[in-house]
Design a binder for this molecule. Structure first.
Ligand code: PMP
Length: 417
């Protein structure tokens, strides 16, 4: 195969999409109007596919903090934390994250993707074992690949399957690393963390939970699904991102393990990339403060999530298993999902199109993410737009557009965010 032949399938899939006018995998938001509204294809559009769970991307306090840091410290750190890029803000953010999670220490990474890559690739090495939930994010699988450890998938949200695989490992189970997410971003379902923690206690191993979609969303204090399930003591490493509820970019890991600080110096995705910009660190610190001080944002988020989930349920749509800020509408075929997505864009609603191989079990879906900043009227407008498109969901034979949206370059299971 010639060097560029591998792209031909992807190129054909992209040509198929051209007929729809807007490319679902590269939507241009021409103007950002607020945390919940933008202009797409010249149309005022409700943004319901941004994971901006607490709506903090336009929070005045976060913007003021970012602006002050920009003026005081400049646009970028221009270097890696180890060489020349550790600023006071990075250390303060690490202290604040550790304190929020009531853990001994934290490491801040430049993105959530790099946090998974950095922790998993340095925690495990060839000869070690990672047991990963089948629906985990691509960054978790990529971390496993980078480490050279043996990666064993277990069935999504099935603690019994995990137990079986741990038992098969015999003595090696004691040092196995189990990785799950708190809230899964495709279907909005939670990990059964109480049962998973019990399996870990019984069979051994270390537990890593990626709370990317549950920080600020689940748990009484917003620490995530482990807090909600009352099993934080069983979690050895919590990983998360600043790119969702905190409205910025960056990632982190917190832990009580004394080795965490040494892991920092073994982690190539920490060492060999520039550290987060001062303005990003400042807005993230402000957002973390708001997350802690204003639990009412979490309540609003869940009110909105329930309103959308039950609204769509009443319209007869097939949804993910439980109400959550990620509301997935399951469709029969890729073509249906694409037609649905395009119909929503025409009606001024932006959600995410998710199709295989980025989705679990070959499912095609459109995924909404709800924000605390959505007004109830916006949620009702989303439901009304979905109602108008019900015909598409009701016709499984909807004409296939031939788009094999393989997103073939995604070499691991999941890429969706
Ligand atoms: N983990 C999970 C579970 C995610 O869904 C994502 C992003 N979608 C990431 C990690 C990566 O986060 P970031 O966007 O900060 O790189």
């Amino acid at each position: 195969m010639a060097l560029f032949d591998k792209f031909s399938r992807l190129a054909a899939a992209r040509r198929d999409l051209a007929g729809y006018g807007v490319n679902p995998f590269g939507v241009e938001v021409e103007r950002v109007l607020s945390a919940t509204e933008g202009e797409i294809a010249g149309r005022r559009t409700i943004l319901a596919g941004t994971n901006n769970y607490l709506g903090l991307s336009f929070d005045p306090e976060c913007i003021a903090a970012a602006r002050a840091a920009l003026l005081a410290e400049g646009t970028g750190t221009t270097g890696s934390r180890m060489a020349n890029g550790t600023f006071t803000g990075h250390l303060a953010l690490e202290r604040e994250l550790a304190e929020f999670y009531r853990r001994r220490a934290a490491i801040v990474f430049s993105t959530g993707y790099l946090a998974n890559l950095g922790i998993l690739s340095s925690l495990t090495a060839p000869g070690d074992v990672l047991l990963v939930d089948a629906d985990c994010h691509a960054s978790i699988y990529d971390g496993g690949r980078m480490s050279g450890a043996q990666v064993i998938r277990f069935r999504h949200n099935q603690p019994e399957d995990l137990r079986k695989r741990l038992l098969r490992l015999g003595e090696r189970a004691a040092d196995a690393v189990i990785v799950v997410e708190g809230l899964y971003s495709m279907l909005g379902d939670r990990a059964p963390l109480a049962a998973l923690a019990e399996v870990k206690r019984e069979c051994g191993g270390y537990l890593v939970v990626d709370e990317a979609h549950s920080l600020g969303v689940a748990g009484e204090h917003g620490r995530g699904v482990a807090e909600e399930a009352g099993v934080e003591a069983d979690v050895d490493f919590v990983i998360g991102t600043f790119s969702k509820s905190l409205g910025a970019t960056g990632g982190f890991c917190v832990s009580d393990r004394p080795e965490l600080d040494v892991i920092r110096y073994a982690s190539r995705p920490y060492i060999f990339t520039a550290s987060p910009s001062p303005s990003v660190v400042a807005s993230t610190r402000a957002a973390l403060g708001i997350l802690r001080r204003r639990p009412e944002l979490r309540r609003r988020l869940w009110d909105n999530a329930g309103r959308l989930y039950h609204g769509l349920e009443a319209l007869g749509f097939r949804l993910g298993p439980e109400p959550s800020p990620v509301v997935a509408v399951l469709l029969e075929t890729k073509a249906q999902a694409l037609a649905f997505w395009a119909g929503l864009i025409e009606r001024g609603v932006y959600v995410n199109l998710m199709i295989p191989p980025a989705t679990p079990n070959g499912t095609s879906l459109v995924r909404c993410s709800v924000s605390a900043a959505h007004e109830p009227e916006q949620i009702d407008a989303l439901c009304a737009a979905f109602a108008e498109l019900r015909g598409i969901a009701a016709t499984p034979g909807h004409r296939a557009c031939g788009a094999d949206l393989a997103v073939a370059s995604a070499k691991t299971s999941r890429g969706g965010g």
